[in-house]
Design a binder for this molecule. Structure first.
Ligand code: ATP
Ligand code: MG
Length: 251
């Protein structure tokens, strides 16, 4: 499904900040696989996502998504192939639009005919059904502005939006970092449910070691510009959060 082949990527080229971020990095993610990525601050995890979404180009190597080189796909079509949820709940939604309008945009992502026809009953029923999975009462607030939602509610909406139209890969970058522990737990459990139920292929970055142990088919450690370790679900059963964090020098 996704293949990164011999990737070299340097940021800040030609400036004082020039720094290699990824060096001869390889990755293969199978269809319907859920892979967790961990690593220290500045290790290059978000950069890796920007590479996969085609926002950054490598100096060397290829990013192949469903047999297509991502760097050669036009931006409009890339939006349909790759869904992203970021750490900041404000980034995934447009606050001066309603929940309905935001979801309609997500639903039509990658299509030419944006925003039409988003008020049909069928679509409203679908959006309400998806929102009811959150158990936050958002299904009754379709006509409310996103600006009126809390950070946790916005992040939950972003997650539903990112998984509304079936993209080839879903990239989740520290999606629970800004949330209180209870909501963070709800969102993580829901993430797992949606990924498995919808049979999505997903890469998720987290700094939460218990989550890195509990979720995903395997967990990869990004360190020194490449993946240094891989823990399969069976391996993770024998690890503690402290052991996992030690892999990239947290302790
Ligand atoms: N435009 C840029 N020019 C130079 N260096 C950059 C640029 N953008 C990011 N960097 C550096 O690249 C490195 C990797 O950044 P990245 O955001 O990918 O890290 P990360 O693993 O996501 O970290 P965190 O866990 O803190 O989110 C960092 O040292 C960052 O300062
Ligand atoms: Mg990051």
């Amino acid at each position: 499904m996704l293949r990164l082949k011999n990737i070299d990527l340097t940021l800040g080229q030609g400036t004082k900040l020039e720094r290699p971020i990824l060096k001869n990095l390889n990755l293969e993610v199978a269809l319907h696989e859920f892979v967790v990525v961990i690593g220290g601050n500045g290790a290059g995890k978000s950069t890796l996502f920007n590479l996969i979404s085609g926002c950054l180009k490598p100096e060397k190597g290829q990013v192949i998504l469903s047999h297509q080189d991502v760097t050669k796909i036009p931006a409009r079509l890339r939006a349909k192939d790759v869904s992203q949820v970021m750490q900041d709940p404000r980034l995934g939604t447009i606050e001066n639009m309603t929940l309905m309008e935001n979801m309609a945009m997500a639903y039509n992502r990658g299509n030419k005919r944006l925003l039409i026809p988003f008020s049909t009953k069928r679509r409203k029923d679908l959006f309400q059904e998806k929102l009811s999975m959150l158990k936050m009462g958002l299904e009754g607030r379709l006509d409310d502005l996103v600006a009126h939602l809390s950070g946790g509610q916005r992040q939950a909406l972003s997650l539903i939006m990112a998984t509304l139209s079936k993209s080839k890969i879903v990239l989740l970058d520290e999606i629970t970092a800004a949330l209180d522990p209870k909501i963070a737990h709800t969102i993580m459990a829901l993430t797992e449910t949606i990924i498995r139920k919808e049979k999505l292929t997903c890469l998720m970055i987290t700094h939460n070691m218990p989550d890195a142990l509990a979720y995903g088919d395997r967990t990869l450690v990004l360190k020194d510009c490449k993946f240094t370790k891989e823990f399969k679900a069976a391996d993770k059963k024998h690890l503690t959060a402290t052991h996992l964090a030690a892999e990239f020098g947290e302790f």
